[in-house]
Structure formats: C-alpha cells, structure tokens
Design a protein around this ligand. Structure first.
Ligand code: NAD
Ligand code: RM4
Length: 253
C-alpha cells in the first residue's frame, strides 16, 4: 500500500503498460483516472479492475496530440478524484517504418503523440499540482530507445530522448514546488505496440537473446518501478531515469 489515498492519472491506459500501471497503482491504494484514445471497451474494463481493487476510477477519452485534451483530462480527473498527486505520461505510438521512404505523416503523427502529447499533458498536470500546493510526482514513460537507436524507429527514438529530456528540465522547473519528475525507460515489453514487429520469429529471438534475464518484459514488470517513483519512498528522487529492461542496455558482449 505505497500509494494509499493518492490520486494518480495515467495517459494511454486502456491497454499495455499504462493499463498495468493504472491497475497496479490501484492495488497499492491509489484512486486512478485514465486517459484513453479510442478503445472504449479496454477503458471500461480497466475502470472495472480498479474499482474491483476497491478504489475510485474514471476514464476520460481524448487524443493526447490535441492540446485541449490535456487540461480536459487533468481537470476532469481532479474533479472526479479530488485532486492530482501523481501523473504518468504513458501514451505513445511506434509505427515501425524504414527511414529512407518514411511518409511525412508517419513522422509528424509520431512526434505529435509521443512528444507534443507528453509535453501538453505534463504541463497541464504541473499547473494543477502547483495550484494545489502540495507537491506531486510526474513520471514519463520514455524508453531504452532514448539511449540507443533502431533501424525502423528513426521517428520514434528522438521522441523518447525528448521525453527523457522533458523530465530533466521539468525536474528543475518544478523542484521549487516540490514536484518530482522522473523517467521510466522500459526495454522491450510485450504489448500491442510491438506485436507485428515481434511476430517475426528471427527478430523476436534476437531481442530475447539480448536480455541477460532471459525473457522479454511483461506490462506488469513496469508496475513496481512506477509505484516506487510515484511513492514517498522516492521523496528525494527527481530528474532521474530508471531503466527497466532485464539488462538489455548493458549487454554488449
Ligand atoms: P500499447 O500500444 O499497448 O499502449 C499504448 C497506449 O497509448 C494505448 O492504450 C493507446 O491507445 C494509447 N495511445 C496511442 N495514441 C494515443 C493518443 N493519441 N492519445 C491517447 N492515447 C493514445 O503499447 P505500450 O507498450 O503499452 O506503450 C506505452 C508506452 O510505453 C509508450 O509511450 C511506448 O513508447 C512506451 N514503451 C514501450 C515499450 C515496449 O517495448 N512495449 C518499450 C519502451 C517504451
Ligand atoms: C521501445 C523499444 C522496444 C520496442 C518498442 C516499440 O522503446 O524500442 O524494443 O518494441 O519501443
């Protein structure tokens, strides 16, 4: 019960890592608001699971790439739950594509969702936390891809480096308000985002082979690290980044 009574918001939480964090946080005592883009059933079932854990839950639909969705989510969630203590910026896309012939729309949409979307959401959450004047914790889901490249991710990896950088600068801007800002850097976690990419058995076994712990991640592997950064156990942790990758990043040879 590391998050007893805290009000926690997560973007892109109808599936995958965001959903796991939302439900995992509820099991640690948090009331939870989720933002989701299109999957009404996924959002409704996440709400059900949070309520089954005995916590309050609300789902608010919105495209994070739309600047207006950020204040709508934060204010709607704050009203429903009675404030905002923790904000997790998680929504993201990675339409794998070769570099040389990447359509401009693929690049633009990836930047808008992953980087602009995170920025709008984090700013809206910070504004609310400053107004409440009781501090807070902001966590952005960046990636191992903030640190290393990917042949079919030339549009994506810069957004994840950008999100990591956003947490570093926001940690400085918001420290005086006792708002902590940290980045989570997942390795390869089995979700819809990489289902097609990893359906190639050669790619999948290559990726598995890179991981010293011997397996790819599950969304639930992200819960403990997120709960830690959200909780008072991390009271002196800000501007930090936490790799959660089974050791893949350090595995040169
Ligand atoms: P996922 O596809 O299961 O989840 C992504 C979520 O974001 C979905 O719920 C989706 O509906 C939502 N979303 C997409 N566009 C949105 C928009 N415009 N507005 C609101 N919500 C939107 O994939 P995931 O792996 O759970 O991804 C979550 C985050 O984790 C992403 O930011 C991704 O970059 C990051 N990440 C994933 C991995 C991995 O290996 N799965 C590794 C590192 C980082
Ligand atoms: C991550 C990392 C994973 C990839 C996902 C889509 O940042 O690169 O390997 O599967 O993105």
């Amino acid at each position: 019960m590391l998050l007893e009574g805290k009000k926690l918001l997560v973007t892109g939480a109808s599936a995958g890592i965001g959903r796991a964090i939302a439900i995992g946080a509820a099991h640690h005592g948090a009331h939870v608001a989720i933002n989701y883009h299109a999957d009404d059933d996924g959002a409704a079932s996440a709400v059900e699971e949070i309520e089954r854990a005995g916590r309050r839950a609300v789902a608010i639909k919105g495209d994070v790439a739309d600047p207006d969705s950020a204040p709508a989510f934060v204010e709607g969630a704050a009203e429903a739950l009675g404030g905002v203590d923790v904000f997790v910026s998680n929504a993201g896309i990675c339409p794998f594509h070769a570099f040389l012939d990447m359509p401009r729309e693929t690049l633009e949409r990836t930047l808008q969702v992953n980087l602009h979307g995170a920025w709008y959401m984090v700013q809206a959450a910070a504004q609310r936390m400053v107004a409440q004047d009781r501090g807070g914790s902001i966590i952005a889901v960046s990636s191992i891809s903030a640190l290393v490249g990917g042949e079919f991710q030339t549009h994506y990896t810069p957004t994840k480096a950008g999100v990591l950088s956003l947490m570093q600068s926001a940690a400085i801007a918001l420290g005086k308000h006792k708002i902590r800002c940290n980045a989570l850097l997942p390795g390869t976690i089995l979700t819809d985002i990489n289902k097609d990419d990893l359906s190639d058995p050669a790619k999948r076994s290559y990726m598995e082979g890179r991981v010293p712990l011997g397996r790819l991640g599950q969304p639930e592997d992200m819960v403990g690290p997120a709960v830690f950064l959200a909780s008072d156990l991390a009271a002196y942790v800000t501007g930090a980044s936490l790799l959660v990758d089974g050791g893949a990043f350090v595995n040169l040879q």
